[in-house]
Design a protein around this ligand. Structure first.
Ligand code: FES
Length: 123
């Protein structure tokens, strides 16, 4: 198994607490998908942009994942809500947690990390 890689995603200051997400592309189990990174309570988190109710992207307006409270992520289609720090479903029709993407932050940059089933998109 190849070692995990860390891939530059965005500058740290591009992610504001409870604010807009940064989108990025991944290849997950052979399928090209969008993913998104957010900041919540000072820490960065990322998930596949794929609702666990219906496998579709969650943001009606690109980058808008937080609800009005700034404490939950919400799927724009049917209103399922998720914990920003764990991806656990907190309500609505979703069937489980969001798929998490590992991140790290160092030297003013945010990086995402590959995993055995998660890779950069091949061009
Ligand atoms: S597709 Fe997300 S709640 Fe239905």
């Amino acid at each position: 198994m190849p070692d995990a890689q860390r891939i530059p995603l965005c500058a740290s200051d591009a992610l504001v607490d409870g604010g807009l997400a940064a989108a990025f592309d991944v290849c997950y189990r052979g399928q090209n998908l969008r993913a998104f990174a957010i900041r919540y309570q000072g820490r960065v988190h990322a998930y596949l942009n794929r609702c666990t109710h219906v496998a579709m992207e969650m943001d009606y307006q690109e980058g808008h994942f937080f609800d009005d409270s700034g404490c939950r992520l919400i799927c724009a289609t049917h209103g399922a809500v998720f914990a920003p720090d764990t991806g656990v479903c907190l309500g609505g029709p979703a069937r489980g947690p969001l798929a998490k993407v590992a991140l790290s932050e160092e030297g003013g940059m945010v990086y995402w990390h590959t995993a055995p089933d998660l890779h950069p998109v091949a061009f």
